[in-house]
Design a protein around this ligand. Structure first.
Ligand SMILES: Nc1ncnc2c1ncn2[C@@H]1O[C@H](COP(=O)(O)OP(=O)(O)OP(=O)(O)O)[C@@H](O)[C@H]1O
Ligand SMILES: [Mg+2]
Length: 272
């Protein structure tokens, strides 16, 4: 179902939004699955799309409790490119997993599109992960039996799309990450860096509203890594997407609108 929002032209922080339509999972629902009309970041209806409110996460490892996140509050707006940095084990991947609903906070709240994730059903999470969020994991999670192009096509096929528009979109995204020549290869026939590039294409192909990228350039040489960061940098401006990028690279973080430093599960934000 598509609900039309004919907003008056609005200007917030220099960005403009008008005549935006989006698809919700129910009347008045805030889950965005499609965006059309003239939209750029900063429309008030999209601000604060990802929010963590006093989130903590502990794991019980055979009686020993490991606290991965401690009272983390963070807001990432539509159109914001946010970088998350910090030493190994400080909780960066845990934070992304909670935002993607792959795990639940021990306390505090995750809020997506203005709705508390506490109220999400399994169906809500399926829709969100399929259509709203694009994820690039540290381990690539490609499906070994599918070729590169079939892996990249998956998010579109799961949305019920098919035919030549899917083929064109897949080809475009494989090209963007420099993997067009290996489209017919299965993950086992690709290097780690090549698999990572396929995983990036898969995370972007359905134009998700939120991109969660966990060290997406960790296996790439510096030239290819810079190209991927430049691509990510361009997306919020072109499509109003929100990006949370986990990176160890100061060069990559310099491209971000906001850099958050983590240490021992805690966040120390400073705008760049
Ligand atoms: N499923 C789990 N069970 C138990 N402990 C976990 C689990 N997942 C993460 N941890 C612990 O939580 C802490 C944070 O882990 P996390 O993976 O978020 O770190 P990170 O900042 O992403 O590190 P890296 O830069 O090495 O990827 C670590 O001490 C880790 O061992
Ligand atoms: Mg990690």
């Amino acid at each position: 179902m598509v609900y039309e929002i004919r907003a008056a032209p609005t200007s917030v922080a220099g960005w403009v939004c008008q005549g935006v339509s989006w698809e919700c999972d129910r009347p008045g629902g805030a889950i965005v699955t499609r965006l059309s009309g003239e939209h750029r970041a900063g429309c008030s209806g999209w601000l604060g799309v990802v929010r963590l409110d006093h989130v903590s996460k502990s794991y019980d490892r055979g009686g020993a409790v490991v606290t991965a996140l401690r009272d983390v509050s963070l807001s990432v707006s539509q159109g914001e490119f946010c970088a998350l940095m910090g030493p190994s084990g400080c909780g960066k991947s845990t934070l992304l997993h909670l935002v993607a609903g792959l795990d639940a906070p021990t306390s505090g709240e995750i809020i997506l599109g203005g709705r508390s994730a506490k109220n999400f059903t399994d169906t809500d999470w399926t829709t969100i992960r399929r259509e709203l969020i694009g994820m690039v994991f540290q381990s690539f999670h490609l499906i070994p039996s599918l070729t590169a192009e079939e892996n990249v096509a998956l998010p579109l096929l799961l949305k019920g799309e098919g035919g030549s528009p899917v083929r064109d979109r897949v080809a475009e995204h494989l090209d963007v990450v420099g993997m067009q020549a290996r489209a017919k290869h299965r993950p086992g026939e690709l290097s780690g860096g090549e698999q990572q590039r396929v995983a990036i294409a898969r995370a972007l192909v359905h134009r998700p509203q939120v991109i969660l990228a966990d060290e997406p350039t960790g296996n790439l040489d510096s030239t290819r890594g810079s190209e991927i960061i430049a691509l990510l940098r361009s997306l919020p401006k072109r499509f109003g997407q929100a990006i949370i990028l986990v990176t160890h690279s100061p060069d990559a973080a310099r491209q971000a609108d906001t850099v958050h430093m983590m240490r021992d599960g805690q966040l120390d934000a400073r705008a760049t």
